[in-house]
Design a protein around this ligand. Sequence first.
Ligand SMILES: Cc1cc2nc3c(=O)[nH]c(=O)nc-3n(C[C@H](O)[C@H](O)[C@H](O)COP(=O)(O)OP(=O)(O)OC[C@H]3O[C@@H](n4cnc5c(N)ncnc54)[C@H](O)[C@@H]3O)c2cc1C
Length: 496
Amino acid sequence: MDKQNNKRIRTRDEFSSFLESLFSVVSAENIIYDPERLTAYECDGLTAFRATPLAVLLPRSVEEILSILAVCKRYKVPIVPRGAGTGLSGGATPIEGAVVLSLARFNRVLEIDPKNRTARVEPGVTNIRVSQEAAPYGLYFSPDPSSQIACTIGGNIAENAGGIHCLKYGLTVNNVLGLKLITLEGDILTLGGKGAESPGYDLLPLIVGSEGLLGIIVEATLRLLPKPECAQLVVGCFDDLAKASQAVSLILSFGIIPSGLEMMDKLVLDAVQADMPRALLNSAQAILFCEVDGMQEEVEEQSIRVKEIMLKAGAKEIVVSKDDSERMLLWKCRKSAFPAMGRISPDYYCMDGTIPRKKLAYLLKKIDELSAHYNLKVGNVFHAGDGNLHPLILYDQSVPGEFEKVEKMGEKILELCVQVGGVITGEHGVGLEKLNSMCIQFSSEEIEQFRRVKKAFDPYSLLNPAKTIPTLHRCAEFGKMHLHKDNDLWGGLERF
Ligand SMILES: Cc1cc2nc3c(=O)[nH]c(=O)nc-3n(C[C@H](O)[C@H](O)[C@H](O)COP(=O)(O)OP(=O)(O)OC[C@H]3O[C@@H](n4cnc5c(N)ncnc54)[C@H](O)[C@@H]3O)c2cc1C
């Protein structure tokens, strides 16, 4: 962890006095400090990193949040905002000496406005609930992370979450119209609104994806879309990952913009196969899911085209959904891929890098080589249309030294992503996990600029510090250089 975050509360007396100040501003039932109950907040979905917070605070009102921030500022106690804790990069994991600020009780849908096609919600509302509440009006919220039953809108915004349908309808950043944000200084900022344009500097996209470093999101206005008239899912089975990757490029080069274009390899298929149609299991090395949506005629025409393209690229079997319930069942196989990995491995580490699509086959081959080198199995399930890879490195946490090996391999995969012109995260964020990889992606000048932006919102560095932006000292210790994509630096990386 970076050195900037020395524990600020050092003695039992200081802690008692801090707690007393909290009890004077937040009701007792909204403060957790009993060590047993704190264990539930030791980490997010990235369970390899853990720390116990000083306390967990569950405010119910903006006034309570303002008071909590003032107390934390007085005692110089870092604050880690938290939604549902499903993040995969350690964003909501406490750091030593910090409190967790849970937004779980900010869970009201404030307004569904069918005329403007917007929803105004509190940050603790789950992603799926927005679409459920909008459904009676024929509307839905399009960003759909696989964790959508549990993850919250606050967490989605802070991570700029993606999902299966983001290829056509955009990431969270493209579907948030307005925000209310509380800064550490206690200012309440209103950014954007119901309309597409607003006056002044456009700070909204700066906050989306800021990983809880710049302020506490207390309200969001979301764009709702009309449900498409119909949708059809074409699922192809390939005996080679490279052929499936070629089908991805072909589909897009024919001008089709699928509402979802996802791939999974043999290992992941082994994990989810109980749920897959038999026809798709025969000697499949890769499965490609391609959904098209829109007006009935357009969908029929495009799904025929997609089927032809998949066959041309070498698909062995193809299944086309006959109705919506079959389409949802097929998607369930894709969406259940992460949890299903538990069937074949005690632990897995989910990476998240994005590359130009034309490099898909190349990078998958390189990941295979890394897998052999480190003697660690890797499953691939990913948003192929966006070039957003999720290599799942399988391991056993109980084997000493195995996780360190996994971490090294993960860093190598991200280095490869940067080398081919990609980025170290597509949707899971940097958090605690990818601090070293930030040193590869960005120059020291760029990292310094990120630090200045953070300071403008949070001069005392108390909001989720030690995350996302590495210190230059750390980059120097890590000993890795920022990679210039255009340079031929392969020599340095082929050492693994
Ligand atoms: C099985 C599984 C599947 C997943 N699939 C996907 C996927 O398809 N696409 C995808 O993008 N992600 C996916 N994720 C990752 C995760 O669900 C997303 O990152 C999600 O957006 C996190 O939401 P959360 O409410 O759990 O946030 P948390 O994990 O609680 O927090 C995430 C970050 O947001 C910050 N934060 C939370 N609330 C606020 C707030 N109100 N104000 C300021 N900062 C805040 C936290 O400090 C932290 O940095 C998956 C995770 C799992 C476990």
